[in-house]
Each structure stands twice: as structure tokens, then as C-alpha cells.
Design a protein. Structure first.
Length: 196
């Protein structure tokens, strides 16, 4: 799988992520207005098992936040995205499972970065880099108690979160195929190293 194909998939996934978020949050563009959902609105999709529930996440994944560190988180995400772009390009001879996993993580990182960096300004809600991430997929789970807190559903997430989660699982699965730094510096395919 070529880098061009992988980066094309990144573009498609980021666009899909943003279209779903804008559909949920609503938008106005060139005289056209789409109202979207109101904050907290929940619509059944598959009964109560899967619902579209509009929430906004001011912090990290699953609502984790650390207040004044918001700008640090956003700027750090820019650095992570830059590293992942470089890393995916450097993985051109690595196992396709590893490359696909990194591509997914990159797609998710970019998707949520757009929200954090620009949604606050675009919607007139916050300064640049202080936007909130739009989450909307709610999946029901059997009621469980963790550290004294009752959970009736999985934390609400979005397409970008899904990309990151699946990417990380794939990286764990293909961890044995992760290239060494010397392999990354090489211009030869990984199989050539094994044969030589």
C-alpha cells in the first residue's frame, strides 16, 4: 500500500469525521443554515443501544480535562500530528498492518485537532485553540460501577476517537512488526534486511 493511498484515506476519514460533527453541531455557509442538534439532545438509532447524543468535550478523550492546560494540549496535538505525518512517511517499507494503524491514529488526531483549534473561533464560542470537540456516538453497556461511579453507557465518542482507538489496538496487535530506528533510516524494504 503506497503512502499516497494511505494519505488519501487520511483525507477521506478526516472529511467524514468533520461532516458528521458539523451535521450534529449545525452550521451556516453561504446563506445555507443547518440547525443540527441542540446540546444534550439524544436521538435513538438502534433503540437505546446506539444513540446520537450531542455533547462537547472541552478536554482530552472521554472528557478528561486539565483546565489551564487546554492550550498546551492543543499545541501538543499539533506536534503529535507533525510527528505522525513524518512517521507514516518513514514507514514506507514497514508491515502494512503497522502503517494502516498509524494512518488511523493520524486521521483521528487531525480530526479532533480541527475541533480544538478552530471550532471555538468558527462558532464564536472561544479563542483560537480553545474549541471543544464534538462527540455524538453513545453506546449502551450493562450498568457497572467503577471506583464508586455508575456507568450505563460507554463514554460518548466520535469518528476521530474511533480511528485512534482502532489504530492503537492494531498497533498492539502488530507490535512485533514495528520497525527499529535503523530500519526507518533505511531505504530498503524490511524483507531485504531479513534476507541480508
Amino acid at each position: 500500500m503506497s503512502n499516497a493511498v494511505l494519505f488519501s484515506i487520511v483525507v477521506v476519514l478526516v472529511l467524514f469525521d468533520q461532516v458528521t460533527k458539523l451535521t450534529v453541531k449545525g452550521f451556516s455557509f453561504l446563506g445555507f443554515t443547518h440547525e443540527g442538534m441542540y446540546l444534550g439532545q439524544s436521538i435513538p438509532v438502534l433503540g437505546d443501544v446506539v444513540r446520537w447524543t450531542f455533547v462537547e468535550n472541552p478536554g482530552m478523550a472521554f472528557g478528561i480535562s486539565f483546565g489551564a492546560g487546554k492550550i498546551v494540549l492543543t499545541l501538543l496535538t499539533f506536534l503529535i500530528v507533525g510527528f505522525l505525518i513524518w512517521y507514516l512517511r518513514a514507514l514506507k517499507h514497514a508491515h502494512n498492518g503497522v502503517r494502516f494503524a498509524v494512518m488511523l491514529v493520524l486521521s483521528g488526531a487531525i480530526g479532533n485537532l480541527i475541533d480544538r483549534a478552530f471550532y471555538g473561533v468558527l462558532y464564536g464560542e472561544a479563542p483560537l485553540f480553545y474549541g471543544k470537540v464534538v462527540d455524538f456516538v453513545q453506546v449502551d453497556i450493562p450498568d457497572i460501577t467503577i471506583f464508586g461511579e455508575m456507568w450505563s453507557h460507554f463514554p460518548v465518542f466520535n469518528v476521530a476517537d474511533s480511528c485512534v482507538s482502532v489504530g492503537i489496538v492494531l498497533l498492539i496487535i502488530f507490535s512485533n512488526a514495528m520497525p527499529t530506528p535503523s530500519m526507518l533510516r533505511s531505504t530498503k524494504p524490511e524483507n531485504d534486511h531479513e534476507q541480508g
